[in-house]
Design a protein around this ligand. Structure first.
Ligand SMILES: C[S@@+](CC[C@H](N)C(=O)[O-])C[C@H]1O[C@@H](n2cnc3c(N)ncnc32)[C@H](O)[C@@H]1O
Length: 286
């Protein structure tokens, strides 16, 4: 079974460019089992034959492998720290860029737009919300949320330091609620793959919550390097609760007074040389 899944991941990467080869094998196996059961297929080899006949269904397969689920104000303590400790620093920048990597259906970006708006920072902010899943991004771009989800999120919003009723940032849209256009217009949803794509913005703040837990070490390292390369000087990174252990190994340290917010450690100088080469000679010494 493990071989079959590895071969399937190789084939999907070659055929569609979606690289799941560095995802945790147990997660990948369980997601593929569920997908096969849903499609009444016997295993990864049968799924490959099915996808060969129905290549237009690849986005659905990506969705099922990634399970892009989230909720608004999902981690209020982290958001509260960002509001108290990072927003005051952001005030000194003429423009602010926030990147949500692995944004699922957009709820995390909606939460950020609301908090930036309440802090008076939204007019100079641009929020990029990226994901690998086209289906999730299409849902995210609608700005819709169920009224019952909003009501359930009210205590989390208050715990994040939100003011008043969360629903005041939404307008009725049929039987759902839609994020106010003035907030939504500051969010750009983009397709970006942490496994294969490069830096695409210079960010003051990056949030990547509950994504790296599904990756193997090499892919975690790639993503952490991508974040370091994307952050402006003084930029901050916020990971999910179960991902904080990655920080030290990847040269990030906790911001003083915080349990959630990370700063990249200053780059080592002189820059280490590849094995076999000595340090770059300082010409002034010669
Ligand atoms: C469990 S959801 C987390 C959503 C949100 N950040 C949160 O904490 O609620 C994980 C998200 O990561 C996305 N994802 C998985 N692999 C990815 C990759 N290689 N590049 C970008 N996003 C990815 C999935 O599509 C999914 O939307």
């Amino acid at each position: 079974m493990e071989n079959e899944i590895g071969e399937f991941a190789d084939w999907v990467c070659w055929r569609f460019g979606h690289d799941f080869r560095q995802y945790r094998p147990a997660t990948l196996a369980s997601r593929l089992r569920q997908l096969c059961a849903r499609l009444q297929l016997e295993g990864a080899a049968a799924l490959r034959d099915w996808l060969t006949q129905h290549p237009e269904r690849i986005d659905e397969v990506v969705d099922r492998i990634c399970v892009p689920v989230s909720e608004i104000f999902r981690e209020p303590r982290a958001l509260d720290e960002l509001r108290r400790l990072v927003f005051p620093q952001l005030r000194s920048f003429p423009t602010i860029t926030v990147w949500h990597a692995g944004c699922a259906a957009g709820q995390e970006a909606y939460s950020m737009a609301i908090l930036l708006h309440e802090a008076g920072l939204l007019p100079r902010s641009r929020i990029f919300a990226s994901d690998i899943s086209a289906g999730a991004l299409a849902r995210a771009g609608q700005g819709l949320i169920a009224g019952s989800d909003l009501a359930a999120a009210q205590p989390r919003y208050a715990a994040a330091g939100g003011e008043g009723a969360l629903a005041r940032h939404f307008l009725p849209a049929g039987d759902q609620m839609r994020l106010a256009p003035g907030l939504m217009s500051h969010i750009s949803f983009v397709r970006h793959n942490l496994a294969t794509d490069a830096v695409f913005c210079e960010a003051n703040l990056i949030l990547c919550c509950n994504v790296l837990i599904y990756f193997q070490r090499a892919l975690q390292a790639r993503a952490m390097q991508l974040f370091a390369d994307s952050l402006v000087r003084g930029g901050r990174l916020c990971l999910g609760r179960h991902e904080m252990a990655l920080a030290a190994a990847h040269r990030y340290e906790l911001m003083p007074g915080s349990a959630w917010i990370l700063c990249p450690q200053p780059k080592a100088w002189p820059v280490p040389c590849p094995d076999g080469l000595g340090p770059v000679p300082d010409e002034r010494m010669q």
